[in-house]
Design a protein around this ligand. Sequence first.
Ligand code: NAD
Ligand code: DAU
Length: 353
Amino acid sequence: MTSKRNILITGGAGFIGSHVVRRFVTKYPDYRIINLDALTYAGNLENLRDIENAPNYGFVKADICDGEAVANVFKEFAIDGVIHLAAESHVDRSITDPLAFVRTNVFGTVTLLNVAKEAWKGAMEGKRFYHVSTDEVYGSLHDDSLFLETTPYDPQSPYSASKASSDHFVRAYGNTYKLPFVVSNCSNNYGSHHFPEKLIPLMINNIRNNKPLPVYGKGENVRDWLWVEDHAAAIDTIFHNGVNGETYNIGGHNEWKNIDLVHLLCSIMDRKLGRAEGESAKLITYVTDRAGHDLRYAIDAGKIERELGWKPSIRFEEGLERTVDWYLANTEWLDHVTSGTYQQYYNEHYAQR
Ligand code: NAD
Ligand code: DAU
């Protein structure tokens, strides 16, 4: 690969995307980083305030389903690498509106693939289409095994079915049109700038506001949590050193039952807010379970560790402390993103439980 690159990052105004954009813009001053994002409810340019004036950074507001707009970006900026993160990402929303997930995650990804295929026709050498996917495509674990890159796909929610479909399309373009690609499947991320519809930031926000903490079902579902900056580091490693056509699983070796995680958060927040130990935990409220709720996700990240030398950098307790500190120092961000349509979503979603 050449040292100067023109990289298109889709979904760069979202949670993980903003960490990836920041990492690439600051670490690779010779690269030009173009962030293409439709700025849905989940996209927020405030996430990138600190780097928005960097000379090697540009933002384009566009929808990945708009082939013409995406093709213009490829042409104008001579894009030679794509890191594709734009997606509808929340499982609960996929249960109420599956078509929105088919549109962005499937149609949008195929639109992007088509543009890359046409733009790079006859000149695939040195190009790279990196598709960022999820461990949820492997389904739900009911024993103590781990997801491997070879685990058969078995998606169980409209969200994971749409991501699985997009993964299949990426590989199909590699096989059929020789598009150079890599795919990664990562476990649950946590950290700063995480939209408070997801478990950890939602609980932090509700603890802060003394609101009920809605735990689905019995709270026994297990997730494997990874610090978002470690995911961004893994994406950097795979983008530069991953082998074309390969898939890499990324995970934190860090499984937590939801209820244990919520208790840990309550205890950290009690300390930070000067509350008596146990006070925040009184807010825990068991609510109706998510339909088709996957029991357990757990990643075997051995391949990326062995072959590319990546591994998680910080312990979960430390990452969670840092995350809580970030939210408490950025209450304006939280208040901003939870105003407007968030309230409507929250009321509708949790009223039914
Ligand atoms: P997010 O919801 O926080 O951000 C998604 C971003 O995509 C937003 O900025 C949004 O505006 C943008 N977007 C949505 N639809 C678009 C469209 N049609 N055109 C252009 N932009 C659009 O999501 P996230 O949690 O940061 O996830 C990013 C990617 O990583 C997704 O592909 C997701 O499937 C994957 N992933 C997420 C996790 C996780 O724990 N959050 C774990 C593994 C993989
Ligand atoms: O595994 C990777 C996936 O992790 C990503 O692909 C998704 O984009 C991301 O949203 C995440 O999916 P989950 O469904 O695991 O994340 P979520 O934060 O929505 O929920 C985590 C767990 O907490 C899950 O078991 C459901 C539960 N939960 C969630 C919410 C929002 C609750 O008990 N109460 C809640 O209010």
